[in-house]
Ligand binder design. Structure first.
Ligand code: FAD
Length: 223
């Protein structure tokens, strides 16, 4: 995965190139940012994604400019960023953030085979909400036809990770300013029932699990 494009040059000790690290960040994220050039104009578009082994899938309307452009086989750069904390230093200049991020280069391919497309949409749905696919109506032929799915190989990728306290200049450690880390986590709220929900349907187990797991993670940050 380490190439001349993915080699982390700024603070190289924060760079990682192994599959396990890259996949773990991709699997923990919910959105990616897709960067590409259109007639010389750089564009970066946020979108959701899924992963099966070494392929990242994005999907959307066939009218999407992003999906139409990427189908042409142009070079694309996808990033995923997980923000883990605000790092407050004694000096203004040494403030930072704790994060895990991935930068991925490559070219995307159209997924046109029906079964492959369904697999990709399954992976996409399960990535966002594990257990969801089994408890929803599957896409029908018309919906499948009206959805473009693209696959991007996860081959040329780098991860960059910052953890830990601030790093101040030696002389600044005696300054009377508070320094440390404020952990950050996306907050998950209580599920809000659709006002049009049919009678007698309770919150399903996979949704309860998602909320419980997320609240558990938030509590472990406090302790
Ligand atoms: C939440 C967050 C906040 C940040 N804030 C700042 C900031 O305020 N100022 C600042 O200068 N930098 C910041 N960074 C770091 C920033 O992402 C770059 O790593 C850094 O600016 C160096 O950029 P460069 O183009 O010189 O990298 P280079 O090291 O020249 O990049 C070479 C290659 O390394 C890899 N790479 C570089 N950065 C990353 C990354 N973040 N994740 C995965 N692979 C990477 C890519 O493959 C890239 O092509 C932040 C990162 C995150 C995730």
């Amino acid at each position: 995965m380490k190439t001349s494009r993915t080699q982390v040059k700024r603070i190289p000790k924060r760079g990682h190139y192994d599959q396990e690290t890259v996949y773990s960040i991709l699997d923990a994220g919910l959105i990616c940012h897709v960067g590409f050039a259109m007639e010389g104009q750089p564009v970066v578009i946020p979108t959701a994604y899924g992963r099966i082994e070494n392929q990242l899938f994005i999907h959307g309307s066939p009218a999407s400019r992003m999906l139409k452009s990427l189908q042409q086989g142009i070079e694309v750069c996808v990033t995923v960023t997980l923000l883990d904390g605000l790092v407050l230093a004694r000096s203004a200049m040494h403030h930072s953030m704790n994060y895990r991020s991935v930068v991925l280069f490559g070219t995307a391919e159209l997924v046109s085979d029906r079964e492959e497309k369904l697999k990709a949409l399954y992976a996409f749905t399960e990535h966002v909400m594990p257990g969801r696919w089994a408890e929803t109506r599957e896409p029908n032929g018309q919906e499948l036809q009206g959805t473009t799915v693209l696959a991007l190989p996860i081959e040329e990728a780098s991860a960059k990770i910052r953890t830990g306290p601030p790093v101040d200049d030696a002389a600044d450690y005696s300054l009377p300013h508070w320094a440390g880390v404020i952990p950050l986590r996306m907050q998950v709220g209580e599920p809000i029932e659709d006002p049009q929900l049919a009678a007698g349907i309770g919150v399903p187990t996979h949704v309860e699990r998602y909320v419980e797991r997320s609240v558990g993670m938030a509590n472990s940050l406090k302790s």
